[in-house]
Design a protein around this ligand. Sequence first.
Ligand SMILES: [Zn+2]
Length: 131
Amino acid sequence: MSITTPRLVILEIFLNTPNILDHAELMVLCKEHVNRITLYRTLHLFYEHHLLLKVPSSNGITKYLYRGLREDSRGGKLSQIPERKIHLICQDCGRIISVEHVKMPPIHLPKNFEPNFMDLIVNGKCRYCAK
Ligand SMILES: [Zn+2]
């Protein structure tokens, strides 16, 4: 993926925001640096590169969750085991807590499906909202 200013702006928003974001919220955070079409295209590109997950919300709006780089793209060893992450999403404030290297029970997939990565999304209340 080549580096462009809009891509950097959008990536920086994801890195600096602990929350799950939808298109409108991203548009506000981009201010005038990125236009609507570029934002759509960039989100799609990030999604294709597994940097983002699409999370449907209760009001039907797709939210985007930044899942980070794959281990092998950070110079680590390529594993035969699909990468696994757990994302805890607070339904009150939208905060995301991502947990890597967690033990998950084995999931038996159909033989003719090749998994790249597996993300588990758990909805609930964060420690700030649970008080
Ligand atoms: Zn919360």
